[in-house]
Write a protein that binds this ligand. Structure first.
Ligand code: ADP
Ligand code: MG
Length: 463
């Protein structure tokens, strides 16, 4: 390790001391080794030692190199056991980008696939890319990325929620749109994070971001200032190959239209009123079953579609349909029957919206070069939508309301509201698999997430 370069230390907030003995062991300063192509300058990271690295998930010469490298680091990851940490670190971010590393699974352990990802602290992610020189000498190309938050493989869904979606509950109760994206290759943990653990004998939706968000919204509604003035509606649909299918209505195909004012409408989308967290859980369960069952043309594997769950806050006092109410209220003006509950519901004014999106797998690049025609089409459609998404989030970051390139894909069209308005906030959780086999996809995911964040307002890093 080179001696530390002479440069000012970054302002890092260290979590307050706790009673936990391990966490109290205050650290030394440590310099993170970097290769020349990393995305941040050499950084001195003050850390708190958590626990020494183990050889679990490390095999062969590369495994030894990673173990040696890790033993030079000290650790202070965000811990499940430290619920107060977020309050002290809370940033008011318009765009928040977080990374979550999932644990190795049984198959990867059996295959002796190396764990090449290290999350040393609350906002860095290191990738140890195994390489060989021309003379076949093996070496590690260690890449460092910095994000708003990084979560290691021990992090629970509750912890991820607390740092990502939970801060956005305020946004929707203050009249804004909040949007959370789960991005990453297939198998990296997007559905686990959003929906919960679906692998166990009895599937458990209650710990996913969907359920936790619903819980917090209903809790907030029980406060005296909101009681009886706000009602909650849910929509759940998926986008496959640019087409929209309703997960609340047996995958009915929905049309997306744009009116003269540029308002995008998803026609006849079912909007279900919910009165409790359990209602939302039932919708999630039915919708996710429908999503994977495939009863229509979109019988594709769910990894090739984007799933969009929206929880919409509406005021119960009816207002005229042509105020700045949402797209969904449009068709009601013709049928101005104020005694009809269905019409009344559509006349309600939308006052806030949380959109939770489980994106299609991001690994599709190679499908465009190989595979059958359908796969190539799916792949290019997914690439197009993920590229458009990145550009729209970057436009939001620039505060560039007039130039949001939302027409680039169906996904960005239906989410247009997410990228405009002073009160809109977006959070992207980039999921990564820990293994050497997936390192190329992981690097692509981290580069994508880095680009999303790059142009944030107030962020003065070079483009
Ligand atoms: P994706 O939706 O990105 O394709 P999944 O969420 O389906 O990926 O995850 C793939 C597998 O890995 C599932 O079996 C899931 O239960 C498991 N998994 C993902 N993330 C975690 C995690 N953080 N902890 C434990 N298991 C996980
Ligand atoms: Mg999934």
């Amino acid at each position: 390790v080179e001696p530390p370069p002479q440069q000012p230390q970054p302002q890092l907030q260290i979590p307050p001391p706790t009673n936990n003995k391990i966490e109290r062991r205050l650290s030394r300063l440590h310099v993170v080794q970097q290769s020349s192509s990393t995305n941040i300058p050499n950084t001195i990271i003050p850390t708190i030692t958590s626990e020494p690295p183990t050889s679990i998930g490390l095999h062969g010469p590369f495994g030894q190199m990673i173990l040696d490298y890790r033993s030079t680091l000290t650790y202070s990851p965000i811990l499940n056991s430290n619920p107060n940490q977020q309050q002290s670190n809370q940033k008011d971010l318009r765009i928040c980008v977080a990374v979550r590393k999932r644990p190795l699974n049984k198959r990867e352990i059996a295959k002796k696939d190396n764990d090449v990802i290290t999350i040393p602290n609350k906002d860095h992610c290191l990738v140890h890319v195994p390489k060989s020189k021309v003379d076949l000498t093996k070496y590690l190309d260690n890449q460092t990325f910095k994000f708003d938050y990084t979560f290691d493989e021990k992090s629970s869904n509750e912890l991820i929620y607390r740092y990502t979606a939970a801060p956005l509950i305020d946004t929707i109760f203050n009249g804004g749109n909040a949007t959370v994206f789960a991005y990453g290759q297939t198998g990296s943990g997007k559905t686990f994070t959003m929906g919960g653990d679906l692998q166990m004998a009895k599937t458990d939706y209650s710990h996913g971001i969907y359920a936790q968000t619903a819980r917090d919204i209903f809790q907030r509604l029980s406060l005296p200032q909101h009681r009886s003035s706000i009602e909650i509606f849910v929509t759940f649909y998926e986008i496959y190959c640019g087409k929209v299918f309703d997960l609340l209505n047996n995958k009915k195909r929905l049309r997306v239209l744009e009116d003269q004012k540029g308002l995008v409408q998803v026609c006849d989308r079912k909007e279900q009123q919910v009165k409790s967290v359990q209602d939302v859980l039932n919708i999630i369960q039915n919708g996710m079953n429908i999503r994977t069952s495939g009863t229509t043309a979109a019988n594709a594997n769910s990894s090739r579609s984007h799933a969009i769950l929206q929880i919409i806050l509406k005021t119960s006092s009816p207002v005229s349909a042509n105020t700045n109410a949402p797209a969904s209220s449009s068709s009601s003006s013709r049928n101005n029957n104020h005694n009809n509950p269905a019409v009344l519901r559509r006349l309600m004014k939308e006052v806030g919206k949380m959109s939770l999106i489980d994106l299609a797998g991001s690994e599709r690049g190679k499908d465009t070069a190989s595979g059958d025609r359908l796969q190539r089409m799916e792949g290019s459609e997914i690439n197009k939508s993920l590229l458009a998404l990145k550009e729209c989030i970057r436009a939001l970051g620039r505060g560039d309301g007039c130039h949001v390139p939302f027409r680039g894909s169906t996904l960005t069209k239906v989410l247009r509201d997410s990228f405009i308005g002073d009160k809109s906030k977006v959070c992207m959780i980039a999921m990564v698999s820990p293994t050497h086999s997936d390192v190329e996809n992981t690097m692509n995911t981290l580069r994508y997430a880095d680009r999303v964040k790059e142009l944030r307002a107030g962020d003065n890093r070079d483009v």
